[in-house]
Design a protein around this ligand. Sequence first.
Ligand SMILES: NC(=O)C1=CN([C@@H]2O[C@H](COP(=O)(O)OP(=O)(O)OC[C@H]3O[C@@H](n4cnc5c(N)ncnc54)[C@H](OP(=O)(O)O)[C@@H]3O)[C@@H](O)[C@H]2O)C=CC1
Ligand SMILES: CC(C)=CCC[C@@H](C)[C@H]1CC[C@H]2C3=C(CC[C@]12C)[C@@]1(C)CCC(=O)[C@@H](C)[C@@H]1CC3
Length: 343
Amino acid sequence: MAKVVLVTGANSGVGLALCERLLDEGVHLCMGCRNMQRAETARSALLRSHPSAQVDVLQVDTSSTISVLRAAQEFKLRYHRLDYLYLNAGIMPNPQFDVKAFFRGLLTGQVIEMLATGVGILTQKDNVTPDGFQEVFATNLFGHFLLFRELESLLCGSGQTSQLIWTSSSNAQRSAFSLDDIQHRAGSQPYSSSKYASDLLSLALNTHYNQQGLYSSVTCPGFVMTNLTYRVFPSIPAFFWTLLMPVFWLIRMFTNTFTLTPHYGAEALFYLFKQKPEALDPYSKYHSLTSGLGYTYSEARKMDVDLKTSEALYEKLLQLESEEKRKLQDQQKTFDVRKQRSG
Ligand SMILES: NC(=O)C1=CN([C@@H]2O[C@H](COP(=O)(O)OP(=O)(O)OC[C@H]3O[C@@H](n4cnc5c(N)ncnc54)[C@H](OP(=O)(O)O)[C@@H]3O)[C@@H](O)[C@H]2O)C=CC1
Ligand SMILES: CC(C)=CCC[C@@H](C)[C@H]1CC[C@H]2C3=C(CC[C@]12C)[C@@]1(C)CCC(=O)[C@@H](C)[C@@H]1CC3
């Protein structure tokens, strides 16, 4: 039987490139996307290159609790197994590029580190979702946590192993994250905070689920030219980025994190697909890297995470999950009562 793989954020960028690569392996693919039109366009493109492939679309908006719960319900009706869950959808809203910090970095010799991670040169302005969550937290982390929890029964089946694979980032930073403010309401680095939270959560999930055959890993695609990065300079047309390519190829001589294309960016995500999950290191992040000459490969690098903080975050997420579910039940009850009264 073909392995069933669900990929969130599958209609563009790293997610779409990963889907292309997974189809070469003969998987039964389910593309988790928030916009059905964009999803169908991407699905058609995948079917053009893989005409006999099994490719389905599942509507899911990871920033919305109700959408995630409905998607999981629909998934469980359609499939009886889930072997790989790629938690890839992500946003970095209203990014602000700090030109001064960039030039300071040039003078202090830290520019390569800055370009490799985006740390110090990028901040974001977050939004609040209709559910009342910080949008970056909800989209990048909490929605994915809920999705995983709802699909747990399919992932933790008898005698099989399954994998959760998070698209994190080298932008993840302990200093951007606080257990007292897991949604990052107060700061200006919600993206960094959400990615650090996914690193922590992955560790906690390994602690709690390895015995049930479920393994969680985190990846970083490197710097990839996608819609997410084009939005760093929204007023600049896309061809500007193409003009910058020679500059980026040059920078690639000094840092192997400039993977640039979605196909290369998906390297570590695809690498994990082919590994025995028991052999993976829960304390490492798997990076997609590209050498100066354009050779792509994957490398494990230790993360700055600890068990105690990961446990504390896990507990907070469980609590938030039960609060959300209770809120939805109450809303449903109120709705039912009103419906009864109105006859
Ligand atoms: N590009 C880079 O340099 C790096 C990217 N990453 C991570 O890679 C992942 C993929 O991003 P990338 O391919 O670069 O960017 P893209 O913008 O191309 O892809 C992001 C995907 O996530 C989807 N998405 C966004 N919000 C939601 C939502 N609320 N519900 C469901 N899907 C949603 C998007 O859908 P839609 O098309 O509808 O917007 C899109 O399919 C992200 O997690 C990102 O943080 C990590 C390190 C570097
Ligand atoms: C140096 C020149 C010619 C132009 C500036 C390009 C920057 C906009 C670009 C360089 C490094 C990039 C980068 C990211 C965004 C765009 C840059 C700052 C990320 C922060 C995108 C999201 C991630 O998760 C990080 C891993 C990326 C790190 C590099």
